[in-house]
Design a protein around this ligand. Structure first.
Ligand code: ATP
Length: 299
């Protein structure tokens, strides 16, 4: 089994602040880290480090940030399909983190929105039935819908993380097998949290819904099946950037390596993996290593 992640690649510029700024207020901050990020890249890196054969399809511009992304991704065990687009700005995120580990993020999506459909379709032509197609909210609505449909036509299992929030998500649900939402996404997209939110998405066609709730852990709901809660693994959180991406990447890799859909074990593995990530600063450098994921998946 193999995973195809089609999403963004970005540089995360993390700035430590004492508190998140109120509208209209200027505050001081300290550079905490500069690291490879982007939700698509994050999820792909965790899946690949977890030992799942993973292809990442993404786009950058042709500037200094693009060079950094190429260099850093070359260090990961990924099958890389990066389009470098002339005249386009490489995406970056401004991550503000507070001393208690809370964060607020602004992400640019110029390169992600310019990802050529043909590049993504060319990668998907190698996919087999049962492979995972993993997507997020950084690409444009039309390409996201076209790729989810193309994945379904090939018999792929589609996994979607509706972040950052976009108005076009509503029309995507019928093409999604597995959805991962945090609490604010759940409230915005399903009007509630917990079991009620899962039922809203099941009614729209989603087979499995994962609802993450930070230190309150995560829930897995399977249409016509169980609703389970898995507690978070205790951690001393210093930077929660990428916690959700680590969770999703680890859960999908754990399930795929055992040949199927998500189960309680995959959610427990994901909780352990994300607890490691929140206890370290940065994005890629905070993710669990290959050895750490191998040890988690053996449990
Ligand atoms: P982010 O946007 O910060 O990447 P998110 O909002 O998408 O994260 P969360 O629900 O905050 O997602 O976290 C995902 C999972 O990570 C949780 O379900 C939990 O297992 C783990 N996690 C998050 N924060 C902590 C923490 N402080 N301690 C331990 N585990 C945590």
């Amino acid at each position: 089994m193999r995973a195809f992640v089609i999403g963004n690649a970005a540089i995360d510029e993390t700035i430590s602040v004492d508190g998140l700024p109120e509208p209209g207020v200027s505050i001081l901050g300290r550079i905490a880290s500069r690291d490879l990020g982007g939700k698509g890249t994050n999820q792909a890196v965790v899946m690949a480090r977890g030992g799942l054969e993973t292809t990442l399809v993404s786009a950058t511009g042709d500037d200094f940030r693009s060079a950094t992304i190429h260099e850093q991704l070359a260090e990961e065990p990924l099958d890389l399909r990066l389009s470098s687009l002339a005249g386009v700005s490489t995406d970056f995120s401004m991550v503000l983190t507070t001393p208690d580990g809370e964060n607020s993020i602004v992400t640019t999506t110029e390169a992600a929105e310019a990802l050529p459909l043909e590049a993504a379709l060319a990668a998907l032509s190698e996919a087999s039935s049962g492979d995972f197609l993993v997507m997020q909210g950084n690409l444009g609505g039309e390409i996201t819908e076209a790729l989810l449909k193309a994945g379904r036509e090939r018999g792929m299992v589609t996994a979607f993380n509706p972040s950052p929030l976009r108005p076009y998500f509503e029309r995507l649900w019928p093409f999604i097998d597995i959805a991962f939402l945090n609490e604010s996404e759940s409230l915005s997209l399903a009007g509630s949290t917990g079991k009620k939110a899962a039922e809203v998405l099941h009614a729209k066609g989603v087979r499995q819904v994962v609802l993450t709730a930070g230190t309150d852990g995560a829930m897995l709901s399977t249409k016509g099946g169980d609703f389970i809660h898995v507690p978070a693994v205790r951690a001393k959180a210093i930077d929660t950037t990428g916690a959700g991406d680590t969770f999703m990447g680890a859960a999908l890799a754990s399930a795929a390596l055992r040949g199927g859909m998500l189960d309680a074990r995959a959610i427990s593995h994901a909780s352990a993996a994300s607890a490691l990530a929140v206890a370290r600063r940065g994005t890629r450098r905070a993710f669990p290593s290959r050895d750490e994921l191998a040890a988690i998946f053996a449990g």
